[in-house]
Each structure stands twice: as structure tokens, then as C-alpha cells.
Design a protein around this ligand. Sequence first.
Ligand SMILES: [Fe+2]
Ligand SMILES: [Fe+2]
Length: 264
Amino acid sequence: MEINPATKSVGELALEVPHAISVFEKWQIDYCCKGGRTVAEACDAAGVNTAELLQEIGVGRGAAEEGRQWQQETLAALQKYIVETHHAFTRDILETLVHLADKVAMRHGPRHSEVMTVQKIVHEIYDDLIPHMLKEEQVLFPYIEQMEAAIGRGQEPPTPFFGTVQNPVRMMMAEHDAVGELLSKLRVETKEYALPEDACLSFRALYERLGDIEQDLHTHIHLENNLLFPRAASMEESVRPVPASSKGNGNGHDHGKCGCGCSH
Ligand SMILES: [Fe+2]
Ligand SMILES: [Fe+2]
């Protein structure tokens, strides 16, 4: 979604993008009584950078990303972008989702049993994604950056403790699939996020925000599965051919080498 901050009013944005409300609240931007001001005017008055505010709300990110030719940028730049936009957005929205899911389950669980399942799945997504992003940020991404820098200097990259990037990559991709399945389950359980007639604002916000995280994860996972991981794997192979036994589609994954921290 792209908006023009010079013409879009904060009141309109609050209506069109529910998450905007919590960002406006955070920066003390009045979207009710002064909802007629443009986003640019309101940001000026509040002393907030318009582009940063829009990024925090999550609008304009898709357009900015489409404009970037990731194939021509370094893997370090792509990883930085993923962490600063998608990981930051995911952490933020997960906190909101857990809070909303607990609240809606408590209030509406007795009449709408599906919200109890939604609450359980939201907690599972949280428990999956928070450590997943940490593993990317602390294990896989730093190694990819180190490898790219070494190759850039014409040096042999160090051998990682997990053997080859293909090991953690397989683990990350399996975890992406697992979250994708949880999101599909949510769509089934909620009948495509169909709201009951008595849905309160929190109920509505919960379903809207679930749609938001799903949409963001599509882009996030696309950047990792289709761009970052294949480029990192072929970069590694260009300097250090990977034994055939380490390649594959995730079957036969060796947890002892993957760096995922699991105990199997
Ligand atoms: Fe990620
Ligand atoms: Fe990931």
C-alpha cells in the first residue's frame, strides 16, 4: 500500500490501516479531533520523521522494496533490510497479537469457541517466530555477512561450526513452512477471518492484524527463501563445493550441525 503523506489525512489513514492508531498514540499524534490534517502536517507538528512514521505503520514498505534491485545489492544490505523492517515489524505485531488474542479469548471465548483456538495458534506463532528470528540474527545472518566480506577481500571464508550454510538454511525453511501451516490453520478456523455480528473493536483488530502479519510474512519469507538463501548457498559453493550429502530438501537434516539449538 502506498500513500501520499501530503494529501492523505491522519483520520483517513487511521480508518484504512488499523495499526496506524497505535503508532499515532505512541507519537501522540491526534487522529480524532485533528484527523483532518495531512500526515505530513501532523508529523511536522509532532516533530516526527514522516518516512519513519509510515515505515512503522507498515505502509509504503512494499513500494520501497519493489524499487530495490536486491540481486544487485549485497547480502549484508538485504539482511539489514530484513532485520530492520520485517523482523522489527514481526516482533511489534506479535506483541499486539498475543495481547489481543488473550483479551478476545477471555471476553468472547464462551460464545465463540474459535477464538480459543486462535489464541492457542497465536501463541504458537509467537513461540516459533521469536526464536526463529533470533537464530537468523545471531547465527545465520552474521555468518553470511562474514562469508561475503571475506570473499570480497579475496580471502577464503571461515568454515562455520554448522558445516555449511545449507544446514541452517534448511532449518529456517522448515520453520517458515511450519508458520505458514499455522497461518493456514487460522484461516480455516476463523472461516477466512469472518467476524461475528457482535465482534467488538478488539475482536476486529485481532483479525485485521492477523491479516497484516500474514501479508508481511509472505514478503519476508519470499526475500529469505527465494533471494537470500539461494544467493548465500551459491556464494558458498563458489568457494567451497558442498558435499552432495549436505544438499537436499530438508530430509535427513542434521540437527547436530544446523546451529538451531535443538536437542534431537
Ligand atoms: Fe527472517
Ligand atoms: Fe526466516
